[in-house]
Design a protein around this ligand. Structure first.
Ligand SMILES: *[C@@H]1O[C@H](CO)[C@@H](O)[C@H](O)[C@H]1NC(C)=O
Ligand SMILES: *[C@@H]1O[C@H](CO)[C@@H](O)[C@H](O)[C@H]1NC(C)=O
Ligand SMILES: *[C@@H]1O[C@H](CO)[C@@H](O)[C@H](O)[C@H]1NC(C)=O
Length: 444
């Protein structure tokens, strides 16, 4: 071929294979482009579906979802900062996508904690990250603060209670319910009301009059947020409270709404070190009312119903007010406002942050997986993101009333018969409710 002397005929013969090859190439390229831009037509309702995907349905109402884009499309989600960061994290830790260069975490080593709860390395604002958000200068202050510090996860523990679970190492002595309550320095009254009512530490009897279980309570605090203006100095009072009740955990970060996620992360770290033997964790706000004995009843029954099932089923337990298909708030004045430049898409299924109960084993898994999930400013959504990655099915319980009872029913004790948690109640209301609900609800 290479030496063919070029008469017209031979020239054709020389060129023909190349022409054919290039046609084939064009054909392949066109096919790929057509395939990539393919969007499936919405399925007619009568067609039987062969595959029901779990999770959200974003495109076809009651039908199961089908992917809107080709599933092999691995392009970065353009624009939204969180999605991009997460995309990188997902790839970085995925050996299939990234080849052999994985960030090796190694098998669990009892003696070397891969995620130590160390003090805070100096955490400087990350302006480089901020510069990747095109509308950084126009987003609300709390969002700015979040973006600047979202790479920081470890903060010094200012007030610790290292002995809280000491001497409770056996299966039966270990706290059945460990209550971790998000509070703020100034909320002395809420904390005291909780101690005197539903958050009482010690043995608590199940509602049905059965067993008594150990309950422990701690309050999760950050540092008073002084950026909003001058504050009275409550440090001495807090110090007194902490030494009196020994139930205050405080970390060295600004206690703001968008920093609440840190309380989960830091609490999981604390739990891993100081009370891993607890059975169930309650995490909630300091303005809710919990029927602790009814909750113990429920947990014990649930636990008993799982006798004989494998450990994983028992451990993957989370119950609360489960919210699916929620969209981020795009209202710039809203408390929960998340700009589109920061997060795109629907939220994963999550449990309302007013109060949620999960197994301590799950807390340990959340703690691990959280290292592969970029921080998100809304704590319950963040937990949903972690749960999604663990593949946990959340249990919805209608007794978790994070949006309260109807007004007309608030005052009738019977209305609380089936309630496990209700939001929101002032310290005074907690005390009143506690007294009222102590009387047996026989007539309900
Ligand atoms: C990946 O790592 C494993 C074990 O270290 C090795 O056997 C394998 O050849 C590597 N694969 C590639 C594609 O480098
Ligand atoms: C676990 O940690 C100990 C102490 O640091 C070390 O000697 C051992 O090699 C580690 N084991 C694994 C599997 O990494
Ligand atoms: C969270 O706390 C850190 C440390 O105090 C602070 O730098 C950051 O601005 C806070 N973030 C928000 C969103 O308030």
């Amino acid at each position: 071929m290479a030496r063919c002397k070029c008469s017209g005929r031979a020239f054709c013969l020389c060129l023909l294979p190349f022409l054919m090859m290039s046609h084939l190439l064009v054909y392949i390229i066109v096919t790929i482009f057509v395939a990539m831009s393919y969007r499936p037509e919405p399925q007619p309702v009568s067609l039987p579906l062969h595959f029901i995907a779990p999770g959200v349905s974003s495109n076809s109402g009651a039908l199961a979802s089908h992917p809107l884009n080709a599933f092999w499309n691995l392009r970065l989600v353009e624009g939204a900062l969180w999605n991009r960061l997460q995309h990188l994290k997902d790839r970085e830790n995925n050996p299939i996508l990234r080849g052999n260069i994985t960030v090796v975490r190694g098998p669990q080593n009892e003696s070397t904690d891969p995620f130590p709860n160390d003090g805070s390395p100096l955490c400087q604002p990350d302006h480089l990250l901020a510069s990747q958000l095109p509308d950084f200068n126009t987003i609300p202050e709390q969002m700015k603060d979040f973006v600047l510090s979202m790479h920081c996860r470890s903060y010094t523990l200012l007030k610790n209670q290292p002995d809280l679970c000491n001497g409770q190492d056996t299966e039966t002595d270990a706290p059945m319910l460990f209550m971790a309550i998000k509070s703020q320095v100034g909320n002395f009254e809420n904390r005291q009301a909780i101690r005197e009512t539903w958050g009482r530490t010690g043995l608590v009897q199940e509602e049905s009059g059965g067993q008594r279980w150990q309950v422990r309570t701690v309050f999760l605090l950050g540092r008073q947020d002084v950026t909003t203006g001058p504050h009275p100095d409550l440090e001495a009072l807090l110090q007194l409270e902490s030494s009196l009740h020994k139930d205050i955990l405080q970390w060295d970060f600004r206690d703001t709404f968008f920093n609440l996620t840190l309380k989960d992360l830091l609490f999981w770290n604390w739990l891993a070190v100081h009370c891993p033997q607890a059975h169930f964790i309650f995490k909630g706000d300091d303005d809710v009312f919990v029927r602790t004995s009814a909750l113990l009843d429920y947990l014990n029954k649930h636990h008993a119903s799982l006798q004989g099932t494998n450990k994983k089923v028992k451990d993957d337990f989370l119950v609360g007010d489960v919210i699916s298909n929620a969209w981020p708030s795009r209202q710039p004045t809203a408390k929960y406002y998340i700009p589109e430049s920061f997060y795109k898409g629907i939220y994963p299924t999550y449990a309302g942050g007013g109060g949620v109960v999960y197994s301590a084993a799950l807390a340990m898994r959340l703690r691990e997986v959280s290292h592969w999930v970029s921080l998100f400013p809304i704590d319950d959504v963040y937990m949903g993101m972690c749960l999604q990655r663990l593949g946990i099915r959340l249990i919805h319980h209608p007794g978790f009333l994070t949006f309260d009872l109807p007004d007309a029913k608030k005052e009738t004790p019977c209305a609380y018969h089936k309630v496990l948690l209700v939001h929101k109640r002032s310290p005074k209301e907690m005390l009143t409710l506690w007294r009222v609900l102590k009387a047996p609800l026989a007539e309900c």
